[in-house]
Design a protein around this ligand. Structure first.
Ligand code: ADP
Ligand code: MG
Length: 619
C-alpha cells in the first residue's frame, strides 16, 4: 500500500489553528488589544464596524515593528515574547504563543501599518487568507495599526455561526472592559460604526471602574487591600446592598490579566456570607499580583483560566481580606441608613391602640374604557398599585374569545356592574355581587358555568401585557405619550450602547429618545401603557433580559422586549385587587390568543369542574 500521510499546507494548518484562537470578532479584539499593550502603548483606539464582522481595527502608539518583523509576525509560532520554555514560567506579557496574527491572517483580510520611533517611514502589508497581497513603504505615525476585515470570509460556516450584532457587540464590549479595567493607566477609545462608545482617559483604578460602569458606581465601592509575601491584593467590592441578581460585574485580574476562577469566586462569595439575600451575587473588581513563576497561564488558548501553585492560601487570604473590608464598612452605615423604620416611631406612639379600622381605598378615577394610564392609588402600604386600565379593555373585547364566553353564559349569579362611577365607590357592595374572589392577594377564583377557575394573578397579567405589547410593537402602532419634562436616566456605557442597538425596536414600542450621552439617556416619550416612575425599572430589566438571551438566527428584540415589559409591569403577588379589577383581568386573560400559559411558559389558570368537585366529596 502506498503512503498516505502528508503534511498539511501552512494555510490549512493556520485555518485549523484559527478555530481555536478566533471564535468570534471579540477574540480578534482581545488578541489585538493585548498585542498593543505588550508593545508598550499608552494610547489605544479600537474601531469597529458591524459588531466587528466587517471591521476590527486597533491603532496603538507602541513601539512598532521593523519591516522584517512586520512580515514575520504573521508566521505561526513567531513571537518576540519568549525565547525558550523556561520563559513560560516568568511571563510579563499578555501574548507568548505567537499564533494570534497567523491565525487571524488565515481567515480575514488584514492590513498592517507599523513604524518604529527611530524610523522615518513605516511598512504596510496586506494579507488575505494567509497570502501576502502587497508590501509597501508607507508614511504612518509611530506605532501599529492592524485592520481585520471580513472575518471568516473564507469559512462561510463559521461566519453563519456568528450571532446578531447586539450579541457580538456585547462580547466585544466584555473583552474591551476587561482589558481596560486591567490597565487603567492606558487611554482606551472605542468607536462602533463611527460612534464613540468609550473614551477612557488614563486614570486610576477607581476612576476607570466608574468611567466604565457609570458615575453612580462610585458610592458603591468599598476598597480592598492586602499585602502578604505571596500575594498583593487591591481593588473594590460593591457594598452588599448593591449586589446583583445576575452575576455580571465580577472581575478577577491576576498580574494585569483578566481571569475566571470559580474557586476564588467562591472565596469572595463566602466573605459576603450572611450579608446577601438568596439569589443575588456580589459585584467585585479584585486585582492581585503573584510572582509570575507561581502561576501557569498556558493551560488554555484564551488564557482566561490559570493554575496557581498555592490556591488554598490564596483562597484564604482573599476571603479574609474581603471580609475585613466589609466589616470596616458595615458598622456605621448599617446603623444610619438601614434601620427599621419602626424603630424611629416615638415611644409613646408605639404601643397605642389603633382606633380606626383600616380603610379600603378605591380609585375613583378608574374607568375601564379609558386607555390612558392612570395610576390607581395604593390600597395599602405593602401593596403595589395596579391600574387595570393599563390593558386596552376595548380592543381586547374585539378579539376572538374562543370557547371562553360560553363558560360564563347563563351564570346565575348577579354580576352586572353599572359603569356609574357612584357605584365604584361602594366597594363592599361590589365584592358581594362579584363572581370573582381574590385569595391570599395572589390568586383569583372565578365562577364559571361548569365550576370554578383558579387564576394566578401575576402570570395571567403577564400574558395579557405580553400579547398587548407584541401587538403594539409588531403593527408599529405603539401609542407614545410625550413627557412634559424629559427624563434623564444614567446607565453604564455598555448599557447605553445596548439601548442604542435596540433604539429602533424601543421606538416602535413607544419610546422616544431625545439624546444619548456617555452615561445618560434622555427620554422624551414613553409607551402610554407605562408610567414615568416605572421607566428605569423596566429598562434595567430589559437590559438584564437581553444580556441573558441566547438568540437564534431569526433573532428579534421584539419578543424579548414584550416578555421583559410584561414581567416588569405585571401586578405582583401581594396586590389587592378590587372586584372590578379582578374581573377586568379575567376577561382580558380569556381574550388572549393563548390564555393558558404565561409568556415564560407557566400555567396561568386551572379549572375545576363541578363534576371534579363532586368527586372530591363523594369518596
Ligand atoms: P504573540 O503576541 O503571542 O507573540 P502574535 O501573533 O499576537 O503573537 O504577535 C506576533 C508578534 O508580532 C509579537 O510577538 C510582536 O513581536 C509583534 N506584534 C504584534 N502586534 C504588535 C503591535 N501592535 N506592536 C508591536 N509589535 C507587535
Ligand atoms: Mg499576541
Amino acid at each position: 500500500m502506498s503512503d498516505i500521510i502528508q503534511l498539511l499546507p501552512d494555510h490549512v494548518a493556520n485555518q485549523i489553528a484559527a478555530g481555536e484562537v478566533v471564535q468570534r470578532p471579540a477574540s480578534v479584539v482581545k488578541e489585538l488589544l493585548e498585542n498593543a499593550i505588550d508593545a508598550g502603548s499608552t494610547n489605544i483606539t479600537l474601531l469597529l464596524k458591524d459588531a466587528g464582522k466587517t471591521l476590527v481595527q486597533v491603532i496603538d502608539n507602541g513601539k512598532g515593528m521593523s519591516t522584517t518583523d512586520a512580515r514575520l509576525c504573521f508566521e505561526r509560532h513567531a513571537t518576540s515574547k519568549i525565547k525558550n520554555a523556561e520563559d513560560l514560567f516568568n511571563l510579563n506579557t499578555k501574548g507568548f504563543r505567537g499564533e494570534a496574527l497567523a491565525s487571524i491572517a488565515a481567515i480575514a483580510h488584514v492590513e498592517l501599518k507599523t513604524k518604529q520611533i527611530e524610523e522615518e517611514l513605516g511598512t504596510c502589508i496586506k494579507i488575505e487568507g494567509s497570502k501576502v497581497i502587497s508590501q509597501e513603504v508607507t508614511s504612518t505615525p509611530q506605532g501599529t495599526s492592524l485592520a481585520v476585515k471580513n472575518l471568516f470570509y473564507n469559512i462561510p460556516a463559521r461566519r453563519n455561526f456568528l450571532k446578531s450584532d447586539t450579541v457580538e457587540t456585547r462580547h466585544i464590549i466584555d473583552e474591551f472592559q476587561r482589558i481596560a479595567l486591567a490597565h487603567p493607566n492606558i487611554t482606551f477609545i472605542l468607536h462602533h460604526n463611527n460612534n464613540e462608545v468609550y473614551n477612557l482617559k488614563s486614570s486610576n483604578l477607581r476612576k476607570r471602574i466608574v468611567s466604565i460602569f457609570g458615575t453612580k458606581t462610585n458610592e458603591k465601592l468599598v476598597p480592598v487591600n492586602e499585602e502578604t509575601d505571596i500575594i498583593s491584593i487591591q481593588g473594590f467590592v460593591a457594598k452588599p446592598e448593591f449586589a446583583k441578581k445576575k452575576r455580571g460585574e465580577q472581575f478577577f485580574f491576576v498580574n494585569d490579566r483578566f481571569i475566571k476562577s470559580s474557586y476564588l469566586n467562591h472565596a469572595v462569595n463566602s466573605a459576603f456570607e450572611g450579608l446577601l439575600d438568596q439569589g443575588v451575587h456580589p459585584t467585585y473588581f479584585i486585582y492581585f499580583h503573584v510572582p509570575p513563576n507561581t502561576i501557569d497561564i498556558n493551560i488554555h488558548p484564551t488564557k482566561t483560566e490559570v493554575k496557581f501553585d498555592n490556591e488554598k492560601a490564596l483562597y484564604a487570604i482573599i476571603r479574609a481580606t474581603v471580609k475585613h473590608s466589609l466589616g470596616q464598612y458595615n458598622v456605621a452605615p448599617l446603623l444610619d441608613f438601614n434601620r427599621d423604620a419602626t424603630l424611629d416611631t416615638p415611644y409613646e406612639f408605639k404601643d397605642k391602640q389603633r382606633v380606626s379600622t383600616p380603610k379600603i381605598i378605591v380609585d375613583p378615577t378608574f374607568n375601564p374604557f379609558n386607555n390612558n394610564p392612570i395610576e390607581s392609588k395604593p390600597v395599602s402600604r405593602e401593596t403595589t398599585s395596579f391600574s387595570p386600565s393599563k390593558t386596552t379593555y376595548q380592543s381586547n373585547f374585539k378579539k376572538d374569545t374562543g370557547n371562553w364566553e360560553s363558560l360564563y353564559a347563563n351564570l346565575d349569579i348577579e354580576t352586572q356592574h353599572s359603569s356609574n362611577s357612584q357605584e365604584l365607590f361602594q366597594s363592599e357592595k361590589e365584592t358581594e355581587t362579584t363572581k370573582t374572589f381574590q385569595i391570599q392577594k395572589k390568586y383569583i377564583l372565578s365562577l364559571i358555568k361548569s365550576g370554578v377557575v383558579l387564576i394566578h394573578q401575576t402570570l395571567a397579567h403577564q400574558r395579557v401585557l405580553y400579547e398587548e405589547y407584541l401587538e403594539h410593537i409588531t403593527v408599529k402602532e405603539a401609542n407614545s405619550q410625550q413627557l412634559l419634562f424629559p427624563i434623564n436616566i444614567s446607565f453604564s456605557q455598555t448599557d447605553i450602547e445596548m439601548i442604542k442597538e435596540m433604539k429602533a425596536d424601543l421606538e416602535s414600542a413607544g419610546f422616544v429618545f431625545n439624546e444619548f450621552s456617555d452615561d445618560t439617556v434622555v427620554i422624551g416619550g414613553i409607551p402610554t401603557s407605562i408610567s414615568e416612575s416605572q421607566i428605569t425599572l423596566i429598562l434595567e430589566q430589559l437590559l438584564d433580559d437581553v444580556k441573558l438571551e441566547v438568540p437564534d438566527a431569526s433573532f428579534s428584540h421584539f419578543d424579548v422586549m414584550a416578555k421583559s415589559f410584561a414581567k416588569s409591569l405585571a401586578i405582583k403577588t401581594g396586590t389587592i385587587l378590587s372586584g372590578k379589577e379582578q374581573e377586568t383581568l379575567v376577561n382580558n386573560l380569556f381574550s388572549c390568543k393563548e390564555p393558558s400559559v404565561s409568556p415564560l411558559g407557566k400555567p396561568t389558570f386551572k379549572t375545576l369542574t363541578l363534576q371534579e368537585i363532586d368527586t372530591i366529596f363523594s369518596k
